[in-house]
Design a protein around this ligand. Structure first.
Ligand code: HEC
Length: 107
C-alpha cells in the first residue's frame, strides 16, 4: 500500500515535470497559434472574428509599415485597448521569436 502511494506520487511529479518542460520548449509557432492567432489568424491575415473586431492588420500590410525592431516594441509594450503587453509574460528571446515567426507569414 505504502509503495503504491509512493509510485503514484512519483508518477504525478513526473507528469508535472514533463508538462513544465513542454511549456518551456514551446516554439514560437506554438505560442503564436496559442496566443496570437485569435486576432492575427493562424496565417497572419487577421481574418478572424476578433481580428475584425479589433481591427488587427494583415501581416502583409504590417510588414510594409513596421520594421522588425518596431514590431518587437509593439509586442513588448502592447497595443491598447486590444493587444496585451506580451513582454510582461515573455522573455526578450520569445518576443523576438514571435516577431520573426509573425513576419515569416507575410511571404
Ligand atoms: C486581442 C487581439 C490580439 C491578440 C491576441 C494579439 N494581437 Fe497583435 N495586434 C492586435 C492589434 C489590434 C494590433 C494593432 C493593429 C495592427 O497593427 O495590426 C496588433 C499589432 C501587432 C503587431 C504590430 C503590427 C504592425 O502593424 O506593425 C505585431 C507584431 C503583433 N501584433 C504581434 C502579436 C503577437 C506576437 C501576439 C501574440 C503574443 C499578438 N500580436 C496577439 C491585436 C492582437
Amino acid at each position: 500500500m505504502r509503495m503504491n502511494l509512493k509510485s503514484v506520487s512519483y508518477l504525478i511529479m513526473g507528469t508535472a515535470l514533463l508538462l513544465s518542460n513542454t511549456a518551456i520548449a514551446q516554439t514560437a509557432k506554438d505560442l503564436f497559434l496559442d496566443k496570437c492567432a485569435v486576432c492575427h489568424g493562424a496565417d497572419g491575415h487577421a481574418k478572424t472574428g476578433m481580428g475584425r473586431k479589433s481591427k488587427t492588420v494583415d501581416v502583409v500590410e504590417a510588414v510594409k509599415k513596421s520594421s522588425e525592431e518596431q514590431m518587437r516594441k509593439i509586442v513588448d509594450e502592447g497595443k491598447p485597448p486590444y493587444m496585451d503587453a506580451w513582454g510582461k509574460q515573455y522573455s526578450k528571446e520569445q518576443v523576438k521569436g514571435l516577431v520573426e515567426y509573425f513576419r515569416s507569414l507575410a511571404k
